[in-house]
Write a protein that binds this ligand. Structure first.
Ligand code: MG
Length: 246
């Protein structure tokens, strides 16, 4: 006795029938636990851990040297002027989880308050900014796709409090010099959807229109040093290329 049905029509793709019991079972994953203000949660069991609060070895600076940001008390603080940092490993389609806290001591305004950034493929920036009672141009606010799309809402927590970015990213596809499909992104900020299946116009630009140039199928996750003391913890990623193509 099989798990499913054998007298059902073939699904598009020509491999499996409707309710086909021979179709591979989804792999079992321990979903982990959520984070609290007091402690980082436990990532899903199939996640690639990028930063666990202690080990910075998966990251390098722009020149390929060890990242110089300060690892302390289970988190990582930007050390201004040491530059952006990026993962050694490269990724395409992915689910990315990042936790961050704006500087506890509030200073500056607009783009000058708690500025940093999370870049997919080293190119597509989700803005990190302390926008708790701090306004700036909307496409540069917290969780904006910088220069392209403001977030749907402002879901910022207070400075110093831990916040979560959960990202679903579909990398662009190129064929030779031609763009086949653009990048798409969904961002959930502190549990609230703030970017919903946004079609990106190209790699992030400042004061210019974005446009696509062919690039590699994978790229690093990059965190921005914009001179402010933003802290990070509990960063993990689930590459989705494998599951999508399986
Ligand atoms: Mg930024």
């Amino acid at each position: 006795m099989g798990l499913g049905y054998e007298d059902t029509p073939l699904l598009p793709g020509g491999k499996w029938t409707v309710h086909d019991g021979r179709r591979p079972q989804p792999p079992v994953v321990d979903p982990g636990t959520s984070s609290t203000q007091e402690a980082a949660g436990r990532p899903p069991s199939d996640a690639t851990i990028l930063f666990d609060g202690k080990d910075a070895s998966k990251w390098v600076d722009r020149d390929g040297n060890p990242a110089k940001w300060k690892v302390e008390n289970g988190c990582w603080e930007v050390v201004p002027k040491t530059g952006d940092i990026q993962t050694k490993e490269h990724f395409g389609d992915c689910q990315l989880h990042v936790e961050l806290a704006s500087p506890t001591v509030v200073k500056g305004e607009g783009q000058g308050r708690g500025n940093s950034g999370v870049f997919l493929m080293g190119r597509y920036e989700i803005q990190v900014l302390d926008c708790y009672q701090n306004q700036t141009y909307p496409d540069g606010t917290s969780c904006a796709m910088y220069g392209q799309y403001p977030p749907l809402v402002n879901a910022c927590r207070k400075p110093g409090e831990w916040q979560t970015y959960d990202v679903m990213f579909v990398a662009p596809r190129f064929e030779g010099t031609r763009l086949l499909t653009p990048a798409f992104i969904t961002v959930i900020h502190n549990g609230v959807v703030v970017q919903y299946h946004r079609q990106l116009q190209g790699p992030t630009q400042h004061k210019r229109l974005a446009c696509y140039d062919p690039h590699d199928a994978k790229g690093p996750i990059k965190l921005q040093d914009h001179g402010d003391l933003v802290r990070y913890r509990n960063i993990w990623i689930r590459p989705l290329d494998y599951y999508v193509n399986a």
